[in-house]
Design a protein around this ligand. Structure first.
Ligand SMILES: [Zn+2]
Length: 430
């Protein structure tokens, strides 16, 4: 019995290795595939036949020169049109829909407003944006294989229910069932910070990093934890709620969660906006008084970049608090990297210098931990949704990545942990 499982597992792994090499090559012959995968020619041929049958791979002609005097070899290429994936991101800022090709490259993104308090209406409102994205990506709906959803709010993994989203006005929304019902496709639903962590780890600042935390400071504060290349959900799916850990010495302000003194009350975009309003009402000279409205985290970040003292002080305090929060993550998880996302992260050293100093003071062993800004920015959540949709139907990604370590791909991009860095090109902006 064990033996059978092993053989099947081996076949899947070999198939994944071959597919991975084809995906990362422009065009490649069967002989070169056998060479690079270290598999036998008959094994490679059987796998290629299989991949051609289901349309994943196609023949594109012949090599210019024949090796050892024989016939020129037939060349193969990955068929980017063999599948498509849909990503949906529900957030307070709006609803985004992305259509990606078989490689996971996002071909089109369309965005619409979010409808507060009405998840069903938000679903219905999706339709025209989906249509727009499919048309502009030139992808027929029938090509879609799966849907990945990222949402602002904790998601129970076993049920796909978004238990609460204060900013969307949602409570116990059965998102997975709703999306399944609407599309008739396999659906995977994740908290937006979890999805963003997946994206940043695959194609962003943490590519090739085995253990890291993606930390977001925006309307609220959330994080996605990746340990040994795998997203860490926790028991129910609620891991990473660092924003609701108390960090202030006194009782502090009341948080959106109803408690007092949470990190979110002093280091989120809302906290920054509040501090900016206070500063503007005061007497100290600041460019914030003349800054564009709304007077939000982006405005403060811009003023700090111009060297405004008040803006820099606000960000310095935020950095101090975020550093304290990060020190908890460091002490408990010992990650290799912390990726900081959200408006404050674009302030550069005005935020990162006080933040690192705070981490140095509060964490037990802060040395060597890289604390860096996000590369993907506001697109991380939707890119993550697409990647999760892909992973959901392809499955076995981790096994594949592990084994690929002994069979480096064309680029040989294997992470330090032996994980294959299956980098996917992504259109950052339309
Ligand atoms: Zn809270």
């Amino acid at each position: 019995m064990q033996r059978k499982v092993d053989n099947r597992g081996m076949r899947e792994i070999n198939r994944a290795i071959v597919l991975d090499i084809i995906r990362h090559s422009e065009q490649i012959s069967r002989a070169e595939l056998a060479n690079r995968s270290a598999l036998t020619k008959p094994t490679v041929s059987a796998i290629v036949d299989d991949l051609m049958r289901d349309g994943t791979v196609r023949e594109v002609g012949f090599a210019e020169t024949a090796s050892n005097g024989g016939r020129p070899a037939r060349l193969l290429e990955f068929n980017g049109q063999s599948a498509a994936y849909l990503g949906i991101h529900f957030s307070a800022r709006g609803t985004a829909v992305a259509v990606a090709d078989a490689r996971g490259v996002i071909r089109a993104i369309a965005e619409g407003p979010s409808i507060k308090g009405a998840p069903m209406k938000s679903m219905e409102a999706l339709e025209p944006f989906l249509e727009e994205a499919l048309t502009s990506a030139n992808v027929p709906r029938s090509r879609l294989q799966s849907v990945g959803v990222s949402v602002h709010g904790p998601v129970e993994q076993s049920t796909g229910v978004c238990v609460v989203s204060p900013n969307l006005g949602w409570h116990d929304v059965p998102l997975r069932d709703m999306v399944k019902e609407a599309f008739g496709l396999p659906v995977v639903v994740h908290n937006e910070a979890h999805a963003a962590a997946v994206a940043e780890g695959r194609v962003g600042a943490a590519a090739g990093v085995a253990s890291f935390v993606w930390l977001y400071s925006g309307t609220g504060i959330g994080s996605g934890v990746v340990i040994d290349g795998k997203l860490f959900f926790g028991f129910r799916g609620f891991a990473g709620e660092i924003g609701h850990c108390p960090v202030t010495e006194d009782a502090g302000r009341v948080c959106a969660c109803g408690r007092r003194g949470c990190l979110e009350t002093v280091a989120s975009g809302m906290a920054i906006a509040r501090a900016a309003k206070q500063a503007v009402a005061g007497t100290e000279p600041t460019v914030l008084r003349a800054a564009r409205r709304p007077l939000d985290a982006a405005a403060v970040t811009a003023a700090a970049r111009e060297g405004d003292k008040v803006a820099r002080r606000i960000l310095s305090e935020v950095g101090e608090h975020l550093g304290k929060g990060i020190s908890y993550l460091l002490n408990i998880l010992d990650p290799e990297m912390i990726v900081v996302a959200g408006d404050p992260a674009s302030a550069g050293e005005a935020l990162f210098e006080p933040l690192r100093a705070s981490v140095d003071r509060h964490a037990l062993q802060p040395r060597g931990v890289r604390i860096v800004p996000s590369i993907l920015g506001a697109r991380a959540e939707i890119i993550g949704a697409v990647l999760l949709a892909m992973d959901h139907v392809r499955g076995g990604v981790r096994t594949v990545s592990f084994v690929s370590a002994t069979h480096p791909t064309a680029e040989g991009r294997v992470g330090r942990d032996g994980r294959l860095d299956s980098r996917l090109a992504v259109i950052a902006d339309r």
